[in-house]
Design a protein around this ligand. Sequence first.
Ligand code: ADP
Length: 267
Amino acid sequence: MSFQAEQYTIKREPFYRSVANEVELFDAAYSARMPVMLKGPTGCGKSRFVEYMAYRLGRPLITVACNEDMTASDLVGRFLLDKDGTKWQDGPLTMAARMGAICYLDEVVEARQDTTVVIHPLTDHRRQLPLDKKGEMVEAHPDFQIVISYNPGYQSLMKDLKQSTKQRFAALDFDYPEAATETDIVARETGVDTKTAEKLVQIAHRARNLKGHGLDEGISTRLLVYAGQLIVKGVNPLAACSMTLVRPLTDDPDMRDTLDAAVNTFF
Ligand code: ADP
């Protein structure tokens, strides 16, 4: 493995608690080098899953957090000026295609559609990436795979993936794990006892019921992990929940009171 690939290799096994047969399904998709889309709300384990799969498959992982200002050059690469003149620098997608990494484009809907189309030739039988500015055609390494994440709650008319992009991917649905699994995750990730983890998960369930009734998103597993991390540091659970489960979620004073009341019934 090259030095560059080594840098992107995950050395320690990430803790990932599988929730269904997603590991086997991803294994099969990878063996066909099929592009995969992970769908689900923020903070429910998509990135952790991809880290775990990259480790399991022994592939380097290159992650790109997508945003609306991102251009095709940010993915593919560009000429840079240095003291000797111009020098081409591969972008993360090109790097991944050359080294045979898994390239994970996180929250791909955030990128503009004209940026997203650059992945098309890599996602079909061609497995190529044209570097127009450089006049080079990169043939993807046989181990290269592209994975994207997508939060179906966020899309609007302006922000959605084109059908022509969507239909290049196989998709796996993710959601917050069911209560016992989520409790186990929160306890393992933070070191809080099972009883405390259970309470945190119950608070999340209350809040998730408010999605669409004043809340855009429910409390994610990520936020539960934050709450647990503060509690093991000795922070009072009420203060920890207020800081991690309530305040980040809403600016609306009534909704805040409702969530604070839910926290108060458990701690
Ligand atoms: P997403 O990519 O969906 O926004 P992440 O993968 O970053 O979310 O998950 C947020 C956090 O939740 C992780 O850092 C991890 O602590 C925890 N987590 C969620 N699901 C799992 C799982 N199935 N196994 C282990 N940890 C998980």
